[in-house]
Design a protein around this ligand. Structure first.
Ligand code: NAP
Length: 505
């Protein structure tokens, strides 16, 4: 490409552009190479690889799925230190995979995708990035996941607060909470990891709880030297261990999607965790959830409840009314003075793609296409958006097992699609609207009977109460459904009437 438009550093042609260098993007790179495809780039907005495990650096950050399972099936790591891997170790694993599989030359860090438009006359995506490069790509794989855009609460006065404000997903590495008067807003997965870590360092910690979560014991432990040796010397033992972990977690789907009454076992574990962690009956009452376990994500912790019993930790259950320059005012008019607010308010999981990022056929913005709730075929393809594939897309999230399993299944399907396109010399494919609609009708009708639809509000549901994030069944079923790409499910967008040289601006 010769033309370089004013204000842009250049135009680059690439066969496949992958957005995001987290577990999805790294997997995409590995599998593309394995399929003999070398003409691809992975662009990543952060300045390191690992995605969520690069971005989330808050104290205590760890995985709540056993890491022998929360890793690629083809790249076992016999060196995991704990059952539930810590953030640094998982980030290091991601970097190891990039090195081992030779992805380095394919990765562009600190490069954020600003806009991607489907060029109907060219059957390609025109993608503009923050470094003012324009990429012309035949295919785009979006691997940014559902949990990459932090959600900031709409609390009046938040912007007027004069102290330090930090979001759990945008932790400031320079920030030291020692000796501060801290407020934590939210009691989800991130909060229950941060609170025990900082409770002994801060002078006062006010935990603002809107809805108490179910928190059950975390069966964590160090992996012994013998186990590591065994996994290294006899890799079959690690495979077996992974297999056992997988089926143990898979069994949880029985409770979530088949027999919701089984979630009472989880509730029993949660109550036991409360009674062993909190001696004070008054405090216990405040943390008992009033919804069935599993409706929101079940959390794992052994030290969260004990942290709440510390003299300097105060659980506030009154509703937040507003934030002043110096503190937080609750519904009873009382102001709690603080100098630091830690927002543990989660992610925009049901709106993972910002407006204006993807423009498909006929100028359709993806957020408009998804205004009734996001949906895709098998979580991968969206009608109106040819040659765009999602990893960790709509309704492929999990409440019970490792999402890496879902990523691998989806990526195999994508490779099958790309191989079919190449063999059949098809320049562009788009999921048929009727196939996509029928698929999503089934997904939604199955979700209706699950514990996730039992009445609580959670990040699984969008503002209309529609579950657009979770897979409605056993992961093995998703694996089976993505075994084979069927060309007949897809349409070929109208052939370009005239082939224009694509413009950069
Ligand atoms: P989250 O589970 O969505 O929790 C957000 C919390 O903020 C909830 O307690 C919510 O209360 C509260 N909140 C939101 N807006 C509020 C407002 N305006 N006023 C008061 N409270 C408000 O978010 P998260 O803890 O970041 O976790 C999100 C997901 O990320 C997890 O479920 C998990 O999938 C993943 N994650 C995993 C790990 C891990 O592997 N260990 C760690 C962190 C995150 P309500 O419940 O009332 O809405």
């Amino acid at each position: 490409m010769g033309a370089i438009a004013e204000g842009q550093t250049g135009i680059r042609e690439v066969e496949i552009l992958v957005i995001g260098a987290g577990f999805g993007g790294i997997l995409a790179g590995i599998k593309l190479k394995e399929a003999g495809i070398e003409d691809f780039l992975i662009v990543e907005k952060d300045d390191g690889v690992g995605g969520t495990w690069w971005a989330n650096t808050y104290p205590g950050c760890a995985c709540d799925i056993q890491t022998h399972l929360y890793s690629y099936s083809f790249e076992p790591n016999p060196r995991w230190s704990y059952m539930f891997g810590r953030q640094e170790e998982i980030r290091e694993y991601a970097r190891h995979c990039v090195d081992k599989y030779g992805l380095g030359p394919h990765v562009r860090l600190s490069t954020e995708v600003r806009r991607a438009e489907w060029l109907e006359n060219d059957n390609r995506w025109r993608v503009r990035t923050s470094d003012r490069t324009v990429y012309l790509a035949r295919t785009v794989i979006n691997a940014t996941g559902l949990l990459s855009r932090p959600a900031y609460p709409d609390i009046p006065g938040l912007d007027r607060f004069r102290g330090k404000t930090v979001h759990s997903a945008r932790w400031d590495p320079e920030f030291d909470p020692s000796g501060r008067r801290v407020a934590v807003i939210g009691t989800g997965a991130s909060a229950i990891q941060i609170i025990p870590e900082i409770a002994s360092k801060v002078s006062d910690l006010h935990v603002f709880q809107r809805t108490p979560p179910w928190v059950i014991p975390r069966p964590d432990r160090k992996i012994s030297r013998f186990e590591k040796w065994l996994f290294r010397r006899l890799p079959a033992t690690q495979k077996l261990f992974r297999w056992l972990l997988y089926w143990r977690l898979e069994a949880r789907a029985m409770a979530f999607v088949v027999f919701p009454r089984l979630t009472r076992i989880v509730e029993w574990q949660g109550r036991w965790n409360i009674s062993r962690g909190i001696p004070d009956p008054g405090l216990r009452l405040k943390v008992v959830p009033s919804f069935p376990a599993g409706c929101k994500r079940v959390l794992l912790s052994d030290d969260y409840y004990p942290a709440l019993t510390r003299g300097n930790v105060h659980l506030v259950t009154r509703k937040i009314r507003e934030i002043t320059p110096t503190g937080i005012v609750t519904s009873d008019g009382l102001e709690t003075p603080v100098d630091t607010i830690i927002l543990c308010t989660g992610f925009q999981a049901t709106h993972p793609v910002p407006e204006g990022l993807f423009t498909g056929r006929q100028g359709l913005d993806l957020t408009l296409r998804w205004r009734g709730g996001m949906e895709a075929f098998k979580g991968v393809s969206v009608s109106g958006f040819p040659n765009l594939f999602f990893l960790a897309g709509p309704n492929t999230g999990l409440g019970h097992n490792s999402v890496i399993f879902m990523l691998e299944a989806a990526m195999r399907y994508v490779i099958d699609a790309l191989t079919t396109m190449k063999q059949e010399e098809i320049p562009a494919l788009e999921i048929r609207r009727d196939v996509e609609a029928a698929y999503n009708r089934k997904i939604q009708s199955r979700l209706a009977g699950t514990v996730w639809a039992s009445g609580c509000s959670s990040w699984y549901l969008d503002e209309n109460g529609k579950n657009t994030t979770l897979w409605p069944g056993f992961t093995i079923e998703y694996w089976l459904r993505t075994r084979r790409f069927r060309l007949e499910d897809y349409a070929r967008p109208e052939p370009a009437r005239q082939r224009e040289a694509p413009k950069a601006a």
